[in-house]
Design a protein around this ligand. Structure first.
Ligand code: DQA
Length: 146
């Protein structure tokens, strides 16, 4: 079993970007957490981050034949990108949407997720721990369908 951990714009700056909202955890810390959770269950993790919307769509297209499922924090594209939603739908991979912050407790424009309807579920507002939860939820989902 192999999963993709994908991050969208500005998430490469985790640790220094708005620590009062996102904490001091870095992207490398999160990638290590997810790898540890997945490896403990015999699964491998591929990590990807981009600040370019089309590149994320290309990556989903590419990895659709490489991985069994995806953990995705799409950052601001969550709220804006019909193209990303269509890509998730097109690749037919199970995707768990993750956000470090509770987007529903923030500005109104963050309350709507354009991708939620094509993801198997959402983990929002649990910070770093949300990723470990997402990894276990995704692996539970994949194992149940084996
Ligand atoms: C985020 C929430 C988004 O609204 C924001 O644009 C981000 C990070 C989160 O992890 O809480 O970049 O996805």
């Amino acid at each position: 079993m192999q999963i993709l951990l994908a991050h969208g714009p500005n998430l490469n700056l985790l640790g220094e970007r708005k620590p009062e909202i996102y904490g001091t955890t870095t992207l490398l810390d999160i990638e290590a957490d997810v790898a540890a959770a997945a490896n403990a269950r015999g699964a491998a993790v591929l990590c990807y981050q981009t600040n370019h919307e089309g590149a994320l769509i290309d990556a989903l297209h590419h990895y659709r034949r490489v991985v069994d499922g995806v953990i995705l924090n799409a950052g601001a594209w969550t709220h804006t990108s019909v193209a990303l939603r269509d890509a998730i739908e097109a690749v037919q991979l199970p995707v768990v949407e993750v956000h470090l912050s509770n987007t529903h407790r923030r500005e109104g424009f963050r309350h709507r997720s354009l991708i939620a309807g094509v993801c198997i579920g959402q983990v929002t507002g649990l910070g770093r721990d949300g990723y470990t939860a997402a990894a276990n939820l995704l692996l539970d989902y994949l194992e149940a369908r084996r």
